[in-house]
Design a protein around this ligand. Structure first.
Ligand SMILES: Cc1cc2nc3c(=O)[nH]c(=O)nc-3n(C[C@H](O)[C@H](O)[C@H](O)COP(=O)(O)OP(=O)(O)OC[C@H]3O[C@@H](n4cnc5c(N)ncnc54)[C@H](O)[C@@H]3O)c2cc1C
Length: 358
């Protein structure tokens, strides 16, 4: 997104991505509508790619209690396989160069960056946006503080063939985690869950975990009984961490998960990533156009903007995810939300932003 934004303004952009496109990725693939105006302003309309409009939410607890609600802002379902490739193509069409290499080091000196990659290529740049996700070899290289802390979560995702409404996202609570279910542009159903090692390690494999633990939630039990997996095997990731990270490190403006990750329960990590990219690009353009005088001013302004925009929703999402961890509390919360349905919309709004102004 940042490559598109800057290339569109005639800035010379190099995007370095270690993987090839298209590629499946562990993600719930629900994107909050708050980024729709920004995406469309950059010339990308997800509905041209078949994205599903999603405006209903159903929650279920460990004891199979449910609540449904309209989503205050809504969102859309599109696979990372499709959107990541389409955005890369859009960046190329505006003149950005994409190099499929792994960045191995980023050194800053004398107002410039030296970027090394696995193919031994060296690049020089005036500015670097770090958008390398939740945990990367670059974090290790930069000795970022969070990397030394262990992260107790893992996640699993697959697409399934099965009957599921295309305008709905369901979040099912099970012992030790949550599972999101929603359609993507192909009509297949994304089933993506996050859990902690403590809950998972007692079981031999994913199948046994799904049968023994997740299927105690009857909605997930029905899903695994009747849906047919469209992948050869599910994708997994581990070491997911929600700890705070600085938004600027080694003069790199960190965007998306590199700057901080919201709990997937909130369903807006991607829109936060896009929004942070927009904030960084706007300030970068001001810097390059002389509106911002110095690199220090640029970095300070970005750090402040990041905190003002995201800190409250990060805090809210951590509290909400904790509250849903015990069955007693989650049942009390659900009973309360049923009595006061408007509260659910307010809770969701707390973890989301407003539609992005362009
Ligand atoms: C289980 C789970 C479910 C989720 N569900 C949702 C959801 O439904 N909706 C939502 O909005 N968000 C969701 N998220 C969050 C969302 O996936 C992230 O917030 C989002 O992908 C962050 O985007 P990003 O660009 O910061 O990082 P990424 O999308 O992770 O992109 C980082 C890129 O950097 C590349 N990279 C890393 N290191 C290097 C290197 N050294 N050299 C070159 N390239 C490198 C990677 O290959 C990758 O392509 C979920 C997260 C998890 C864990």
């Amino acid at each position: 997104m940042s490559a598109i934004h800057l290339a569109k303004e005639n800035i010379k952009v190099l995007l370095i991505e270690k993987n090839q496109y298209p590629q499946h990725k562990v993600c719930g693939e629900y994107i909050s509508n708050e980024v729709l105006p920004y995406l469309q302003d950059l010339g990308f309309d997800p509905f041209e790619y078949g994205a599903k409009k999603i405006n209903k939410l159903t929650l279920s607890t460990l004891t199979n209690r449910t609540i449904s609600s309209e989503l205050p802002l809504g969102g859309f379902g599109i696979s990372r396989y499709r959107i990541d490739e389409a955005l890369a193509e859009k960046a190329r069409s505006y003149g950005a160069t994409i190099a499929h290499e792994t960045v191995t080091d980023i050194q800053y000196h004398d107002e410039q960056f030296d970027i090394s990659t696995s193919s031994k290529t060296q690049y020089q740049s005036t500015l670097v946006i770090g958008a390398f996700g939740k945990r990367s070899n670059i974090d290790v290289k930069l000795s970022r503080a969070f990397i030394k802390r262990s992260s107790p979560y893992l996640a699993v995702k697959a697409h399934y063939k099965g009957d599921f409404p295309d305008d709905q996202i369901s979040l099912h609570n099970f012992k030790g985690g949550y599972c999101g279910v929603s359609q993507v542009e192909t009509g297949q159903v994304n089933v993506c869950y996050i859990t902690d090692y403590k809950s998972f390690k007692k079981y031999k494999n994913i199948q046994e975990f799904q049968e023994q633990v997740m299927s105690q939630n009857k909605y997930l039990g029905q899903l695994f009984d009747t849906f047919e997996m469209a992948f050869d095997k599910p994708l997994t990731i581990s070491q997911i961490s929600f700890v705070n990270k600085p938004a600027v490190e080694n003069h790199i403006l960190m965007c998306g998960d590199s700057a901080g990750m919201i709990h997937p329960l909130a369903g807006n990590g991607m829109s936060m990533a896009m929004r942070s990219g927009q904030m960084a690009c706007t300030l970068i353009l001001d810097y390059l156009n002389g509106v911002i005088d110095s690199r220090l001013e640029l970095e300070t302004a970005y750090q402040k903007a990041w905190k003002d925009e995201f800190q409250t929703r990060l805090n809210a999402s951590h509290v909400i995810s904790r509250l849903f961890e015990t069955s007693l509390l989650s049942n009390i919360i659900l009973a309360t939300l049923k009595l006061f349905p408007k509260l659910l919309s307010q809770v969701i709004s707390r973890t989301h932003g407003k539609p992005i102004k362009v």
